[in-house]
Ligand binder design. Structure first.
Ligand code: GLC
Length: 560
């Protein structure tokens, strides 16, 4: 006889009110980040307090209890600094000023204090590869003579060709087109992203000194760390050599390029680690680094460098059990070799949301839920991108007139156009922007997002929000579940903590102390010996006394 196993037999689905605020976060001592779950707030799309359609710091502060109830340990805020917003704030005009769009210094101070009271740590973005073209330094550079000291803070060069009419080398912008723009006096300046984002010259000592001071400014204000934007890009190969290929954006993350993943970046990270360590309270740095393979990525998290580096290999992995197991094994082995945890991520503000990447619709929904359970069962830290806990898909039909991603206007870019993953998130079933703010949001939300709102999902045991809440609550309660040491020695060797149990094709069965996680990427149900007592599952599991039927595109946690 078979019977259905409800999604959460052992642990009743927790409602918001029942989940304790994550006091353990602040009480976690040294190394809190090793197994932390960190929630990415894309500030302009999270919560709008003043009705201008753009999310802001006050809005985010008011919504922090949602994150505490969700059960995350920390929040990462995307840039809220003074900026002309040519690239959603990743073009910073003043690193010590809050843009009036988002609030003021008092508002960030309040946010950090409120977060700490709720047991949440706060990480802010730092953008050291480039400034805005409105930054004081760049304005000074433009006003200076070629060869002047003000130009040395950036990469200014004469052009090639008879009259210097050609760019100094063949580098392409990540957003498409040449990575050089010519100034009225004939010199060119380098910008690996938009022309409004001139690259800084990290061979210039003033650049180092300025960023040390900026880091101190925010650490003094009380932030718990930094997400380092383009951490693989600050140092360029000397002589700025040609690459000799077109379509260089495709090569990012597959090989070391003269502008990315140069060994020199590690010296900058080492000096920042010393600075972070000089502050009390375990402040961290997390690298956004596109490195060719797990071994190169692991260099960013050596003991004297940054603490975490996003695992984009995992994010890019197709929905295939074997491919996932390989990526997980390689990642764990590479990071274990330098004594660091692995940092899992499925979505962020630069890529198509994973529900859509995995096929969209009902299939994408099932796979997205399953992937989340797999990610949260792995040893190490994990990042959740806002709205992922609601199962939001990518918005694919935004009209061109509302798009703002500079990649869209330059007809290339990281994974195409990035507005569809930045649509303001829905909080309530009613209201002009489903609770995002008092008015409409800066990008239109699909009508059916009312059913995906926090309000609609709260208390619904089958909702994605309650699945995340339950998984995060369980992760706290099961000792050692997030423990990164579980991966030491590698899943492949199976020597410590985590191992793969034998499983039919398409199924992964991961064993951790006290827990088994099953993930079925096959298109059909798979029957296996009962792995344990069901704790939580992304779909209804069916079982006999000694076997479990694992539905297609599902994951489950079993107590052993
Ligand atoms: C990073 C950010 C992205 C931005 C780029 C340039 O990749 O995540 O949003 O466009 O850096 O700063």
């Amino acid at each position: 006889m078979t019977h259905d196993l409800a999604p959460a037999v052992d642990v009743p689905v927790c409602t918001a009110a029942e989940v304790q605020p994550p006091a353990s976060s602040s009480s976690k001592g040294s190394g809190w980040w090793r197994d932390a779950v960190i929630y990415q707030v894309y500030v302009r799309s999270f919560a709008d307090s003043d009705g201008d359609g753009i999310g802001d710091l006050r809005g985010a502060t008011a919504r922090l209890p949602h994150l505490a109830q969700l059960g995350v340990d920390a929040v990462w805020l995307t840039p809220f600094y003074a900026s002309p917003q040519a690239d959603g704030g990743y073009d910073v005009a003043d690193y010590r000023v809050v843009d009036p769009l988002f609030g003021d210094l008092g508002d960030i101070d309040d946010l950090v204090r409120t977060a700490h009271e709720l047991g949440l740590r706060v990480i802010v973005d730092i953008v050291p590869n480039h400034t805005s073209d409105h930054h004081r330094w760049f304005l000074e550079a433009l006003a200076a003579e070629p060869g002047g000291a003000a130009r040395d803070r950036y990469h200014f060069r004469p052009g090639k060709g008879v009259a210097g009419e050609l760019p100094p080398n063949d580098w392409e912008s990540v957003f498409g087109g040449p990575a050089w723009t010519r100034t009225p006096d004939g010199e060119w300046y380098l910008h690996l992203f938009a022309p409004e984002q001139p690259d800084l010259n990290w061979d210039n000592h003033e650049v180092h000194e300025e960023f040390d001071a900026v880091l101190r400014f925010w650490l003094d204000l009380g932030v718990d760390g930094f997400r380092v934007d383009v951490a693989h890009g600050m140092v360029k190969a000397s002589g700025l050599p040609d690459i000799g290929h077109k379509e260089q954006a495709r090569l990012i993350g597959t090989q070391t390029l003269p502008f990315f993943d140069q060994d020199g970046v590690h010296e900058v990270h080492r000096s920042w680690r010393r600075l972070l360590d000089s502050y009390p309270g375990d402040r961290i740095g997390v690298a956004e680094a596109w490195a060719p393979g797990p071994e190169r990525l692991a260099l960013y998290v050596r003991p004297d460098e940054l603490h975490q580096a996003f695992n984009f290999q995992f994010l890019k992995c197709p929905w295939d059990a074997e491919a996932m197991r390989d990526v997980i094994n390689e990642s764990l082995m590479a990071t274990a070799s330098v004594g660091a945890p692995t940092t899992w991520v499925l979505s962020n503000h630069d890529v198509v949301r994973h529900v859509t990447r995995y096929g969209g619709g009902e299939q994408g929904r099932r796979r997205g839920r399953a992937a989340a359970l797999m990610m949260l069962a792995l040893p190490g830290s994990a990042y959740i991108y806002q709205g992922e806990e609601l199962g939001l898909p990518e918005v694919l039909d935004l009209p061109d007139e509302v798009r703002q991603d500079p990649a869209f206007f330059r007809a290339a870019g990281q994974d195409g156009f990035r507005d569809g993953c930045r649509v303001p998130i829905p909080w309530t079933t009613e209201g002009p922007s489903y609770g995002f703010g008092p008015g409409a949001g800066w990008l239109p939300q699909p009508e059916d997002w009312r059913e995906l709102s926090v309000e609609a999902q709260t208390g619904d045991a089958h909702s994605t929000l309650e699945l995340y809440r339950s998984a995060l609550a369980l992760r706290r309660r099961l000792p050692g579940l997030g423990d990164p040491a579980g991966g030491e020695g590698g899943a492949a060797s199976g020597s410590v903590g985590m191992r793969w149990l034998p499983a039919p094709d398409g199924l992964l069965v991961l064993s951790r102390p006290g827990l088994v996680c099953t993930l079925n990427t096959a298109r059909h149900e798979v029957e296996i010996p009962l792995p344990g007592r069901l704790l939580l599952s992304s779909e209804t599991m069916r079982a006999t006394a000694d076997t479990a039927r694992i539905p297609a595109d599902s994951a489950a946690w079993w107590a052993i």
